[in-house]
Design a binder for this molecule. Structure first.
Ligand code: C5P
Length: 226
């Protein structure tokens, strides 16, 4: 079974997907982490973002980015080194949408993301999981939340206990700028699949949003077994 969770930046997709996968005993695939690992690797190789449009499969192979299956998800490796700790750095976040807009990058990753799903039950999260990567996913969820709430949560996640209004506004602008790039690009833009269940998490606790998806997944599994 594949559960696809898509939505804008900061809607809580990855943490929710991880918790849902844990509750159901599925593997978690954070597709954004793969785009981030490629971005990190390209920056580390000194490749300027304005040259990334010229990336081809051979250059992408040379970055040696791979997702190694772990107990519950995938560890992102770059030339054999675990780069998980670098993926949320500001420079990576600021440039990742540029990497994700390159057609050759999306093609290259598509094969790898699909290969990761073979033979396992999966909860995958990203922007185009339900529309492009796994259009036949048994359950599709589109997570949304109010932009101020998304910005506040993101800051809390980064260790700020009580972010002030100025910081929340700046973070909101960064999230919305990334959403614009992700929604307006020509290939595989951020879109809600027509058959996705939309969940607005603004007024929900984390446990409530996880519970809802787990319940939907169990209902769907029951429906399929009939
Ligand atoms: O989910 P996360 O914020 O880690 O994703 C980082 C970036 O990777 C997104 O802003 C988007 O540009 C790209 N992405 C994508 N398609 C996906 C997952 C992520 O384009 N399925």
């Amino acid at each position: 079974m594949i559960i696809a969770i898509d939505g804008p930046a900061g809607a809580g997709k990855s943490s929710t997907a991880r918790a849902v996968a844990k509750r159901l005993g599925f593997r978690h695939l954070d597709s954004g982490a793969f785009y981030r690992a490629l971005t990190y690797a390209a920056l580390r190789h000194g490749m300027q973002p304005d040259t990334w449009d010229g990336l081809d499969p051979a250059r992408l192979d040379a970055l040696r980015v791979e997702g190694q299956p772990s107990a519950d998800g995938f560890r992102l490796l770059c030339a054999g080194m675990d780069v998980s700790g670098h993926l949320r750095e500001a420079e990576v976040t600021a440039n990742v949408s540029r990497m994700a807009g390159v057609a050759a990058v999306r093609d290259w990753l598509l094969d790898r993301l699909r290969a990761a799903s073979r033979g396992v039950d999966l909860v995958a999260d990203g922007r185009d999981i339900g529309t492009v990567v796994f259009p036949d996913a048994e359950l599709k969820v589109f997570l949304v939340a109010d932009p101020v709430e998304r910005a506040r949560r993101r800051l809390v996640e980064h260790g700020r206990t009580q972010p002030d209004a100025v910081d929340v506004r700046a973070e909101r602008e960064r999230l919305e700028a990334r959403d614009r790039l992700d929604s307006e690009r020509a290939i595989a833009p951020l879109r809600r699949a027509p058959d996705a269940v939309e969940i607005d998490t603004t007024g929900l606790t984390f446990e409530e949003q996880v519970d809802r998806i787990v319940r939907l997944a169990r209902d769907r599994a029951e429906e399929l077994s009939r």
